[in-house]
Design a binder for this molecule. Sequence first.
Ligand code: DLZ
Length: 158
Amino acid sequence: MATALHSLSDYDPTNVPDASNMCFGIVVSEWNKDVTGALLNSAVHTLEKHGAIPENIHVKRVPGSFELIYGAHQMILNGGYDAVIILGCVIRGETPHFDYICQGVTQGIAQLNATSEIPVVYGLLTTENQQQALDRSGGRLGNKGDECAVVAIKMAKF
Ligand code: DLZ
């Protein structure tokens, strides 16, 4: 997690396996697309930095974060992936909707992780406001897309 002392983009590159033989699925939400687009760019960049071939990184878009569960499930069923990454951003509004979406996505992805043969990496930003989301999508606290890419490679190798 990002803190004042730790950026989401900080990691030890010598501790990341070679990803040149791996295939990744990424499901990205269109809600808050400035943020999720930045998460996606960073995730793809970091996967490629560790050897993943662009043709082996498949991106699918869904309307909102709640649909990330379905999207990830379909990618798993399609087969051929070593890991699937979900990327989304939920920003608290004036209604309890935020809590329902966050809980739903979290439980859905946890269930996929517990029941699937490949790992699903949880790249959902859940923030109080836009600034916190920007801070974590290429701002002062790094980019959660980088973190997710590294986790996906490590878990694919698990
Ligand atoms: C409805 C909704 C709201 C209020 N806020 C967000 C959000 O901040 N981030 C996000 O990714 N999606 C949001 N959505 C859309 C829901 O995720 C979902 O697409 C709809 O409820 C339809 O299932």
